[in-house]
Design a protein around this ligand. Structure first.
Ligand code: PLP
Length: 390
């Protein structure tokens, strides 16, 4: 038993070490920063983010990309993406103000959260944003009132199996309801323009794309046969990045999705959209923290660090496993990594194999670019990680 678990540990550490070394060697600017930056800090690679955008566009040139701002709303990230021509998917007045402050035209902004505050819809519409998702009658009524004649697209529910961060219970309607919502929107004076879905965040299951596109095509055909002139197919987010597991590659998703679109849409929609968040920023950030304590509790070895689930690593609670690395040599031990706060929920990872660090050592969380600092609170008085864009 002992021996097999050590093997697994060695493999795990070898994977993390290789990822860490690749990350650093291709980013010379990061090396020094990681050694002397205050902890905790999130270092973000702007060139890397632009490359991810370009990579997605390159593999799916027919798809317009609207970056989901909530994944990481740091102004330098938004600026870098605006520079390469990205669109933006937003949900709040604050997010919209940031985007408009960069000079991005409102036509490059969409809002796909199906349930939005009325003040936000009014504010966005007045500033020229004119595409909003819906998946309920009250939302159609709301938009008709504060944004008359706005364009709307309906959120179809699709399976989220195998996605780390499923979203399918909170949002989305079945085909029948979607159809009547589109018709209802038209009666209310809105312009029904299309369909959206989300396969679930960190989606490593190609089958979700298959079901989603096939079901969307059925709705598309039915809507057209009822005289609704749909134009937009929005395929949401869900592009995964590597954590403790490798992920599907953008090129493979692209190849598959393009095949499905050819098969199920005899005439392609006038505009194809995607709204990746994680897939653009997730693996372009490294969280630099520090070991603040060690303890042996029963037969568990605990490491305590100066960040935690309330301080940026919230997704650890939902099953995201960040590769965790320290620059030490020596025999590997199995660790539980605990966060900085007093809360017993604040545990970042279990079964982490690392050589034994000293208190004060730097500890690195890879793939920490998405849904980290945006989630961070100052719970227990600990400051949020600084974000440093390089
Ligand atoms: C969060 C969100 C996204 C981005 O999802 P990722 O899985 O990070 O790509 C896209 N669209 C909508 C509507 C979202 O709520």
């Amino acid at each position: 038993m002992k021996e097999t678990s050590l093997r697994a540990g060695e493999l795990q550490f070898a994977y993390t070490k290789r990822y860490f070394e690749e990350f650093i060697s291709s980013r010379p600017k990061f090396k020094k920063k990681m050694e002397d930056v205050e902890t905790p800090s999130l270092l973000i690679d702007l060139e890397g983010i632009k490359s991810r955008y370009v990579q997605i566009r390159y593999h799916m040139p027919e798809v317009n990309v609207y970056y989901a701002v909530k994944a990481n709303d740091h102004i330098d990230v938004l600026k870098a993406l605006a520079e390469v021509g990205s669109g933006f998917e937003i949900a709040s007045i604050q997010e919209l103000e940031k985007i408009l402050s960069l000079g991005v035209p409102p036509e490059r902004v969409i809002s796909s959260n199906p349930v939005k505050p009325a003040e936000f819809v009014r504010f966005a519409y007045q500033r020229g944003v004119n595409r909003f998702a819906v998946d309920s009658y009250p939302e159609v009524d709301k938009i008709a009132e504060v944004a008359p004649r706005a364009r709307v697209y309906v959120r179809l529910v699709v399976p989220n199996e195998g996605s780390e961060w499923p979203l399918s219970r909170k949002f989305g309607v079945d085909e029948e309801t979607a159809l009547s919502l589109l018709e209802y929107a038209k009666e209310k004076g809105l312009v029904p323009v299309g369909i959206t879905f989300h396969v679930g965040s960190q989606c490593n299951n190609l089958r979700n794309w298959f079901i989603a596109i096939r079901n969307a095509s059925r709705l598309w055909e039915r809507a057209r046969s009822r005289g609704l002139r749909l134009q937009v197919l929005n395929m949401g987010g869900g592009i995964p990045v590597r954590y403790m597991q490798e992920s599907l590659k953008v090129e493979d998703i692209a190849y598959y999705v393009k095949g499905l679109l050819r098969k199920y849409f005899s005439t392609p929609p006038y505009e194809l959209q995607m709204e990746p968040g994680r897939g653009i920023v997730g693996d372009q950030g490294i969280l630099v923290a520090r070991v603040i304590g060690k303890a042996k509790r029963g037969d568990e070895n605990w490491l305590y660090v100066d960040t935690g689930v309330f301080n940026g690593l919230a997704e650890a609670l939902g099953g995201i496993r960040y590769p965790i690395y320290i620059e030490r040599k020596g025999d590997l031990k199995e660790w539980v990594v605990g966060g900085v706060s007093c809360d017993s929920m604040d545990v970042i990872a279990k079964k982490v194999y690392l050589p034994e660090p000293e208190v004060g050592d730097r500890i690195f969380f890879l793939s920490a670019g998405a849904y980290t600092t945006v989630y961070a609170s100052e719970f227990n008085g600990f400051p949020k990680p600084k974000v440093i864009a390089l």
